[in-house]
Design a protein around this ligand. Structure first.
Ligand SMILES: Cc1ncc(COP(=O)(O)O)c(C=O)c1O
Length: 369
């Protein structure tokens, strides 16, 4: 090919999404397939969403409200901030992309963890960042390691808490220590995609309040996980209006569809659905911990809706062998963790099916010595 393109792309591999159920059914001729690969909500979504989306559909000939005014107001009210501090996007994926485009220049120093959400790396490299990757410590973030590589010139720090895929978390004290350590000119992106699932008493529950004290911090949330709306694509960010104003300059004007705005308005009200989701997650977590222990496999304690475990076998081989049994999970895909996989916590039945398939796969594949 002779068309020229940006050289930054040479360092980038495409993001690998979880394999869709229909693909596995078609490729392997399987009828029953369960997907525990993308940290989706196994209970579906709030029943209020269907009605709201059907109503919004009647107006589908009109462009959506490009300012998402009602949604901003709803989020602002729910979280006790001014609407100017809220920016909804097409999933938090879009926000990660917009942040990189807005704040990273070629050569900007950017810091992220070794095992975390891969979009931070792709988008940073896309913008030509000088990316510093801090190794994990005991399967969690090593914020001390972040502090060692911080400089007054650091442009951006990517934090994910609870972290995907490890499920690990860092405490409020550790977060505050890092916020105090960075220069006020450094942007701290604090991604809380799994916020609603965290139950540990030391998990920082007041991140949104911290934004008032640290105007260089952006808090990212999503309705794809606990609210079950991954297919409709809604993320929102809370931050200083000046930061959001910059991002807003390059945002696609109609980035959140009218159906999604309506769905989100309905979903955010349904505390009962959220409570059921978290209860299912807590029960599934305990069950999976017990089973992984019975099978003698190391795993990381999770504050999210997924568990990372060590199969002691080649992760790709385990992934493929589970696929053949109709169970889709995900290898971690980081060289130092080539035997580790991530499984999303499903319904009680899905968790049982996964464990049964895993047990068969462990018998089929010899452990690596
Ligand atoms: C840490 C983290 N951030 C962001 C996202 C993107 O979520 P969304 O569906 O809102 O784009 C994910 C999705 O897996 C995630 O794990």
């Amino acid at each position: 090919m002779t068309v020229r393109y940006r050289p930054e792309l040479n360092a980038i591999s495409p993001y690998q999404p979880g394999k869709p159920i229909a693909d596995v059914q078609r490729e392997l001729g399987l009828e029953r397939v369960i997907k525990l690969a993308s940290n989706e909500n196994p209970l579906g979504f709030s029943p209020r969403v269907r009605e709201a989306v059907l109503q919004a559909l009647e107006q589908a000939n009109f462009y959506p409200d490009g300012n998402a005014t009602l949604l901003k107001e709803k989020i602002a009210e729910k979280y006790g901030v001014a609407p100017e501090m809220v920016l909804p996007t097409c999933g938090s994926d879009e926000m990660v992309d917009l942040i990189a485009k807005t704040f990273i220049e070629p050569g900007s120093q950017v810091i992220m963890a070794e095992v975390t959400f891969p979009r931070y790396q792709i988008t940073s490299l896309m913008m030509g960042a000088d990316l510093q990757i801090v190794p994990m410590k005991d399967l969690g973030y090593d914020l001390g390691g972040f502090k060692e590589v911080l400089t007054p010139q650091t442009r951006l720090v990517w934090l994910c808490n609870p972290n995907n895929p490890t499920g690990s978390f860092f405490t409020r004290g550790e977060l505050l220590d890092l916020l105090e350590s960075v220069s006020p000119e450094t942007l701290v992106v604090y991604d809380e995609a799994y916020y609603e699932f965290a139950t540990h008493p030391e998990y920082p529950r007041d991140s949104i309040e911290l934004v008032q004290k640290y105007p260089n911090m952006l808090v990212l949330r999503t309705l794809s996980k606990a609210y079950g709306l991954a297919g409709l694509r809604l993320g929102f960010t809370i931050g200083h209006p000046a930061l959001l104003g910059l991002i807003n300059r390059i945002r696609n004007p109609f980035n959140v569809t009218s159906l999604t705005q309506a769905a989100a308005l309905a979903a955010l009200d349904d505390e009962e659905f959220l409570a059921r989701t978290v209860a299912n997650n807590n029960a599934g977590k305990e069950y999976l911990y017990g089973q992984l222990e019975r099978l003698g496999l190391p795993y990381g304690k999770t504050e999210a809706n997924h568990i990372m475990f060590d199969s002691r076998r080649d992760g790709q081989a385990v992934f493929q062998a589970l696929l053949r049994r109709g169970v889709i999970i995900r290898p971690v895909g980081v060289p130092r963790y080539s035997t580790w996989l991530r499984v999303s916590i499903g319904t009680a039945e899905e968790n049982r099916v996964f464990i049964q398939a895993l047990e068969e796969v462990l018998a089929e594949l010899a452990p690596l010595s």
